[in-house]
Design a protein. Structure first.
Lengths: 435, 323
C-alpha cells in the first residue's frame, strides 16, 4: 500500500487537543507519524497542505444512500464519492431504503457495498420491522452484524409503547437510538414550517411542537432506562432548550444540527423569483425562522449540540419538479456541508476551527461507536483517515461540484469559502482537488 | 412577427393577488368597469386546463373569451393525460406547443399555476390552485363589493368591513380576498371555529374572530364560504367517499350551524345596505340557508355576472397590447 505525506499544514486533532504546524505521514493504511519536518524519501505521494488544516477524517452520521431500492437517486458507491469530495471519510446511512435495513443480512449487505466504495460506510439499522412502528426489528442481531445505531429515520417512532421497548432493547448494545422527532398527528398534510409563508402559499403547516413533544416524551420514557438517545436534525429552537435541560440533569442524550437548519429559514421556500413553492428547500423537518437558527447556533456554542450531520437526501430533478406538496422532502449535503458549516459557525464567530472539527469528528464518532475503531481522531497507529481543508478558498456551489447522483440543493449558486482539497481514507487518497 | 410571437412578447400571467400592488388591482377593476372591447382578442386561443372539477369558473372564462372573439378549448382532468401519470407541467407544455395564447389553470395542488407559469411562455391565469389563490374570484368579489357600496369610481374600499365566514383554512378564495380586499382598503375579518379560522391567519393582514353574531350589526358584507369537506381528508386520515360530510375540523353540521350558518335570523341582524356573498358552489342548508341565498341582501348572482366581465378584463390585461 502506498505511503502518503501530508506536509506543511496546521494539524488539528480535537481528541488530543493537538493544534500545531506538522506533517502527517500515512503508511499501510494507518497514521505512521505526526510531527514537523517528517522525512520525505521513500514516500509515494506528498500532499502540499500549506495554509491548510489537517484534521481527522470527517464523519457524517446521517446520510441517505438509497441503496437498495432507489439506485436512480444514489447508490452506496455514488454517495461515497460525494462524501470524499466533501471531505468525509466516513458516513452512516439511514435505513429508509427499499427494503428497509431491518435485518442483519441487509446490514451486512450495506457493509459489503461500503467496502467497495470510496468512503467508509456504516449502516444505521431500523428500530421497527419495515420501519412501520409496530414491532421491534432484530436489534441485537443487527448490532452484532455491525449496525452503528438504530433509527426509523424518515418516520418517527410515534408509539410511546414501542419507543419504551426500543430504548430498553437497544441499551445493552451500547449503541444510540436516533429519533426522527415528528408527531405524525400534528403534521398530517404538512409540507413546510407552520408560519406566515405556509399560510400565504396555502400549504399545510408543520409546527415546531410536533418535534418538541416527541423529544420531551422520549426523554421521560428513557429516565428509568438510560439508553443513549439522540435527536436527529433539530429544527426547533425550543428542542435545543429541552436537550439542554436533559443534559444538565445528566441524561445520556444528544442532538445534531444540519447545514440547512443553520443557514436557511422558511423564506427559502419562496424561491428566487418570489413566486413561492421552491421545492429545493422542502425538507423534513422544515427550515423555520431566524430565532430557531439562532437557538441552534447557541446550542452548538454552549455544547448542547455535539454533532453536525447533513441528512444528505438525494432526489431526482423530475421528483423535485412536482408540485410542492407532492415533491419529496430533502436535499443533498455531502459535497457542500463543510463550506456551509464554516459560513454558519466559524465565519460568523459562533465557534472556532477546533470546535468545528470536533463536531464533525469526535462528536459523530462517539454517537455511532466509531471511536472504538479509532475513527474521529489522529493517532499514530490509528486508521489513516485524514482530511485536508483549505479554509480560505472561495467557490460558488455549482452542478459540477455535486458529484453524487442527484443535484437537489437550494444552495446552488451560493458563494462560499473553505473546502476539502484532499481526503485520505484508510491510507489512500480518495479525493484531491477543489482549488 | 407571427401572431404567436407577438403574443409571447406581450403576454403576462395572473397567478395571485398577494403579490400585486393596490394600483395594479384597481387598474384591473377599472378595466373591467370600462368594459373590454368586444372581439378585441379575435383569433387568439384560450385553453381551459382544469385538473379539478369546476363548472362556474370554467364556463365564465369561456363566456369571457368568446365575447372577446377568442377560440376556446376545454381540457378536463380525467380526459387529460394526467390520469395516465403525466405531470401537470408536461400537459401544459403540450397544450402550449399546440399554439395556445392563454392557459387557464385549475388544480388541486397549491402552487400548480406557479409551477406551470415557470415552465411555459404563454400567459397563465390561475383559476384556483389548491388552498393558495383564486385571483379572478378575488377580483370579481372586490368588483361586486364596490358595486354594491357605490365604490366603482375608484375601487377604494376604505371604511368597509367584510366578514369571511367558514372554512378559511381550506380556502383559496379567502386568501385572494384577504389580499385583494385588504389592498383596496377594506377591513377583512375571518370568522369561524378555530380549526377552520385559526388565529395564525392574522399574519395575512386580516382580523380573526369566532363571534359572527357580535359582528353582524357592524359589517358591510358577509362572504360565506363553502365547507370543503373534501379538503379535510388530510386531517381526518382515510380518504372519504364523495359526499361524506364528516370532518375532523367540526364536530357536526348542527354544531357548526349553531354559531356560523347564515340563517334568515342572522341576515336580519345585518345593517342596512349590507350584502351577502358566496363564491359558490353553495351547500344550501349548511353554511347558508336558501332564504338568505335567494333573499334581498344576496348579491350572489351579481358575483357571477361580474365574473365574466372581470375575466374579460383579465384576458385583455394578460394578452392585450395596451397594458
Amino acid at each position: 500500500m502506498a505511503s502518503v505525506l501530508i506536509a506543511g499544514g496546521r494539524v488539528l486533532d480535537p481528541a488530543s487537543g493537538l493544534d500545531r504546524a506538522a506533517d502527517v505521514a500515512v503508511k499501510d493504511g494507518k497514521i505512521a507519524a505526526i510531527g514537523p519536518g517528517l522525512a520525505r524519501p521513500g514516500v509515494d505521494r506528498v500532499i502540499n497542505a500549506e495554509g491548510c488544516l489537517v484534521t481527522p477524517g470527517l464523519i457524517d452520521p446521517h446520510v441517505h444512500l438509497r441503496e437498495p431500492g432507489q439506485e436512480h437517486k444514489e447508490t452506496i458507491a455514488s454517495g461515497a464519492r460525494a462524501a470524499v469530495a466533501g471531505g468525509f471519510t466516513t458516513v452512516c446511512c439511514m435505513p429508509n431504503t427499499s427494503p428497509a435495513l431491518d435485518t442483519p443480512e441487509l446490514v451486512r449487505f450495506v457493509l459489503g457495498r461500503g467496502e467497495q466504495s470510496a468512503a467508509r460506510v456504516f449502516p444505521v439499522a431500523a428500530i421497527s420491522k419495515q420501519r412501520r412502528g409496530n414491532e421491534l426489528a432484530e436489534i441485537s442481531l443487527m448490532a452484532r452484524a455491525g449496525a452503528v445505531g438504530f433509527s426509523d429515520d424518515g418516520d418517527c417512532v410515534a408509539s410511546a409503547g414501542l419507543m419504551a421497548r426500543a430504548l430498553a432493547v437497544v441499551k445493552p448494545t451500547g449503541l444510540a437510538i436516533m429519533q426522527h422527532a415528528q408527531d405524525p398527528t400534528l403534521t398530517k398534510g404538512a409540507s413546510m414550517h407552520a408560519g406566515e409563508i405556509a399560510l400565504k402559499l396555502g400549504l399545510g403547516g408543520w409546527p415546531r411542537v410536533a418535534e418538541e413533544v416527541i423529544v420531551e416524551r422520549d426523554i421521560r420514557l428513557n429516565r428509568g432506562i438510560g439508553c443513549r438517545y439522540h435527536v436527529q436534525h433539530i429544527s426547533s429552537g425550543e428542542t435545543v432548550a429541552i436537550l439542554r435541560r436533559a443534559r444538565a440533569e445528566g441524561q445520556p442524550v444528544s442532538g445534531e444540527a444540519s447545514p440547512h437548519h443553520l443557514l436557511l429559514t422558511h423564506e427559502a421556500c419562496i424561491g428566487a423569483d418570489g413566486l413561492g413553492y421552491n421545492t429545493m428547500a422542502k425538507v423534513n423537518p422544515p427550515v423555520r425562522e431566524t430565532s430557531d437558527m439562532k437557538a441552534l447556533r447557541e446550542g452548538i456554542a454552549d455544547g448542547t449540540i455535539t454533532v453536525l450531520a447533513t441528512d444528505h437526501a438525494p432526489h431526482t430533478d423530475s421528483e423535485k419538479a412536482l408540485p410542492f406538496e407532492e415533491a419529496p422532502f430533502g436535499l443533498v449535503g455531502l459535497e457542500t456541508a463543510l463550506a456551509l458549516y464554516i459560513e454558519a459557525l466559524v465565519s460568523s464567530g459562533v465557534i472556532g476551527w477546533m470546535k468545528l472539527v470536533q463536531l464533525m469528528t469526535v462528536g459523530p464518532a462517539k454517537l455511532c461507536g466509531l471511536d472504538r475503531m479509532g475513527l474521529g481522531r489522529l493517532e499514530v497507529g490509528g486508521p489513516g483517515d485524514v482530511t485536508v481543508i483549505d479554509p480560505e478558498v472561495k467557490w460558488t456551489i455549482g452542478q459540477k461540484d455535486l458529484v453524487g447522483a442527484s443535484n437537489n440543493t437550494p444552495f446552488l449558486g451560493r458563494k462560499v469559502k473553505g473546502r476539502a482539497i484532499a481526503t485520505v481514507v484508510g491510507g489512500e487518497v480518495k479525493w484531491e482537488g477543489g482549488r | 412577427m407571427s401572431p404567436t410571437a407577438a403574443a409571447l412578447a406581450t403576454s403576462r400571467s395572473l397567478l395571485g393577488l398577494q403579490n400585486m400592488a393596490r394600483a395594479e388591482i384597481a387598474g384591473l377593476l377599472s378595466r373591467a368597469r370600462a368594459g373590454e372591447p368586444e372581439r378585441s382578442l379575435a383569433g387568439r386561443l384560450m385553453a381551459n386546463l382544469f385538473f379539478e372539477d369546476s363548472t362556474r369558473t370554467m364556463t365564465s372564462f369561456s363566456v369571457a373569451a368568446k365575447r372577446l372573439g377568442m377560440q376556446t378549448i376545454n381540457l378536463r382532468g380525467a380526459a387529460s393525460s394526467v390520469s395516465k401519470g403525466e405531470t401537470l407541467v408536461d400537459t401544459a407544455l403540450n397544450v402550449e406547443a399546440m399554439g395556445v395564447d392563454a392557459l387557464v389553470v385549475r388544480a388541486r395542488q397549491s402552487g400548480a399555476a406557479v409551477g406551470i407559469a415557470r415552465a411555459v411562455k404563454c400567459a397563465v391565469i390561475n383559476a384556483g390552485d389548491g388552498r393558495h389563490e383564486h385571483p379572478t374570484q378575488g377580483l370579481l368579489d372586490a368588483y361586486t363589493l364596490a358595486e354594491s357600496h357605490g365604490r366603482l369610481e375608484d375601487f377604494d374600499l376604505a371604511g368597509l368591513t367584510v366578514a369571511i365566514v367558514g372554512d378559511i383554512a381550506s380556502s383559496r378564495v379567502a386568501r385572494s380576498n384577504i389580499a385583494g380586499l385588504g389592498a383596496l382598503g377594506a377591513n377583512v375579518v375571518c370568522v369561524g371555529p378555530p380549526g377552520l379560522a385559526p388565529a395564525s391567519l392574522k399574519s395575512l393582514g386580516c382580523e380573526v374572530s369566532a363571534d359572527l353574531d357580535g359582528l353582524l350589526p357592524v359589517i358591510d358584507a358577509v362572504m360565506v364560504l363553502r365547507m370543503q369537506f373534501e379538503r379535510h381528508d388530510e386531517e381526518g386520515g382515510e380518504k372519504k367517499p364523495e359526499g361524506d360530510r364528516r370532518s375532523a375540523m367540526i364536530a357536526s353540521v348542527r354544531d357548526y350551524r349553531e354559531l356560523y350558518a347564515m340563517t334568515p335570523a342572522r341576515a336580519e341582524r345585518m345593517k342596512k345596505g349590507a350584502v351577502v356573498m358566496h363564491p359558490g358552489p353553495m351547500n344550501r342548508g349548511l353554511e347558508i340557508d336558501a332564504e338568505v341565498a335567494d333573499g334581498p341582501r344576496s348579491v350572489i348572482l351579481r358575483q357571477v355576472t361580474n365574473g365574466a366581465r372581470v375575466r374579460m378584463a383579465v384576458l385583455g390585461w394578460c394578452l392585450g397590447r395596451d397594458g
